[in-house]
Design a protein around this ligand. Sequence first.
Ligand code: SF4
Length: 119
Amino acid sequence: MNDSTDTHPMNNKYTCLHCGACCRIRGFVRVTPEEIDRMASLLGIPPHDFIERYTRLAQDRSGLELAEKENGKCVLLAGNDCLVQQVKPRQCRTFPDEWRYPGVEEICKAYMKSITPNS
Ligand code: SF4
């Protein structure tokens, strides 16, 4: 989940380093129908094509999530850039300030810096 905005909206101390590290680890990014519509529109493809190319059924079968490449990278990560940066899913936009997983400090150096500014 690479956030190319310089300052996270929920925490001004958080400054994204544009490393893409959080988009390279295995996990899941849930997507809503509205988010799919926005991402498909940005990529210039029909929502149905977006669903086929970039999503998979969530493990609990209650919805869709973004697919991963074999190495665990998000299917929408290109280099260090998110292909849908302007309209990326809420789960990506709110990480790591609104939600995070244990050990996020190991992945996100920017977050680590925001919680231990003198390190
Ligand atoms: S949608 Fe973008 S920000 Fe979210 S995990 Fe994929 S590449 Fe990262």
